[in-house]
Design a protein around this ligand. Structure first.
Ligand SMILES: Nc1nc2c(c(=O)[nH]1)N[C@H]1C(S)=C(S)[C@@H](COP(=O)(O)O)O[C@H]1N2
Ligand SMILES: [Mo]
Length: 415
């Protein structure tokens, strides 16, 4: 591609500079003749349509959807990915929240569903939805991420040609509200020997995990609401456990019982599925917290830059340990880094937006982002991450993502 202006190195701009020169990619017009009454479009000449009882996105946005990896050949497990490359902001619309179901979405009649709290208690409890709705509700804006998110980056020896959504879409952000588990456990009265709580779902996989009592007594909730409405069936209707900052599978959907026990259960889900193999062949289990991570969502793999010139680099960062302290961006493969602006509220265990105005010279570039959380933990490089796990491991992949922008403006995944 011909490059007919001076390349600015580095290509990052201050916000003021961006505003001053930022409109150079637009063509100026002389007179707004298209605004004259004679040229009013049809939708300004007659009234529009009526409201629907439950609103839908514009018909022109029908392509903004989850991408599905479909059901396994055994027609059992399924997953779908959030289009995070199109998400602006820290909230994923509920209908676009990623999903992982080990055995489909059960159809549960809320009035028939009960939550049992039993085991090492002073008294067992049986709670209906109606009972739960009488408790105080609490909660926060939080991310939820599957520990298998970004699996291709961990597993594949060479970077695969997948887009940002397919690579990293097993993460979403919502406002999750519900009843503090602590209140219910206090009411049941946990015996001194009770150290773990087995949470079990009412789907046919009877997904179950043992959760340390300390987490249950801190920020765990029985989530009833997501983004201002009752949970969607795919997200665990009529109720789910929600554990902020922890790997997605511990937030047990369609929750039906909490059993207080003294030793952890080693359910099939924790002895088989949710473990990682370390370089010496040993198995790491109960790696419950999600690490610090960031992804540039724009520009990102699968996108095509129309021309050289101004772009705002935008992305999302999060950490299971707390707040995001800083995000740095590089456009030269990590040789030099520039602080990005954290936008909006930087909430604990929540998606956090970052951005940085940038001028693309038209030459090939490697853009990266690197997040640091409030505990000072820095996102690892791809090679650092690989060293920590056995070859082909893919869970808890949180390494720095590099996007390669070719001279044609095509954006691709590289290591
Ligand atoms: N009962 C039950 N709970 C479950 C699952 C399941 O299949 N059954 N999937 C788990 C996994 S692996 C993840 S990552 C999250 C996904 O939640 P979401 O579908 O609301 O995104 O739910 C977890 N809770
Ligand atoms: Mo998951």
């Amino acid at each position: 591609m011909k490059n007919n202006f001076k390349v600015i190195i580095p290509g990052f701009l201050g916000r003021r500079e961006f505003l001053k020169t930022g409109s150079t990619f637009l063509t100026a017009i002389s007179a707004p003749s298209a605004l004259a009454a004679a040229t009013f479009p049809q939708h300004m000449r007659e009234p529009g349509s009526m409201d629907e009882p439950y609103g839908q996105p514009s018909k022109y946005e029908r392509r903004t959807t989850r991408s599905s990896r479909g059901r396994s050949p055994a027609k059992i497990s399924s997953s779908s990915y959030t289009p995070i490359d199109q998400q602006k902001g820290i909230i994923t619309p509920s209908g676009l929240h990623y999903t992982i179901h080990h055995s489909g979405i059960p159809d549960i009649t809320p009035n028939d569903h009960k939550l049992y709290i039993h085991g090492m208690t002073d008294r067992n409890l049986k709670l209906s939805i109606c009972d739960l709705k009488r408790y105080p509700i609490t909660g926060n804006f939080n991310f939820l991420e599957c520990d298998g998110n970004s699996w291709a980056q961990g597993r594949m020896p060479n970077a695969v040609d997948m887009n940002c959504q397919e690579l990293h879409g097993l993460v979403s952000g919502s406002e999750w509200l519900g009843v503090p588990v602590k209140l219910l456990l206090q009411e049941a009265g946990v015996k001194a020997k009770g150290k773990w709580v087995i949470a079990e779902g009412a789907d046919s996989s009877t997904h179950a995990r043992s959760i340390p009592i300390e987490k249950m007594m801190s920020d765990a909730i029985i989530a009833l609401y997501q983004n201002g409405e009752r949970l969607r069936p795919a997200q665990g209707y009529p109720m789910r456990l929600f554990l902020p900052g922890w790997e997605g599978n511990t937030s047990v959907k369609w929750l039906r019982r909490l059993e207080i026990v003294d030793v952890l259960a080693y359910t099939k889900d924790e002895s088989r599925a949710y473990t990682e193999t370390l370089p010496d062949g040993s198995i790491e289990g109960f790696s419950l917290r999600m690490g610090v991570k960031s992804i540039i969502t724009h520009p990102s793999a699968g996108q095509q830059l129309p021309d050289k010139g101004f772009y705002e680099i935008q992305g999302l960062a999060w950490s299971g340990l707390g707040k995001i302290r800083k995000v740095e961006v590089s456009d030269n493969g990590g040789n030099t880094w520039h602080p990005a602006e954290l936008q909006g509220p930087a909430l604990a265990k929540a998606l956090t937006r970052f951005s940085l105005p940038w001028k693309w010279s038209g030459q090939s570039a490697r853009i990266l982002s690197r997040a640091t959380d409030e505990q000072g933990i820095i996102q690892p490089t791809h090679l650092e991450w690989k060293k920590r796990y056995y070859k082909g491991s893919y869970k808890h992949y949180n390494a720095i993502q590099t996007w390669y922008i070719s001279e044609s403006g095509a954006v691709k995944n590289v290591y």
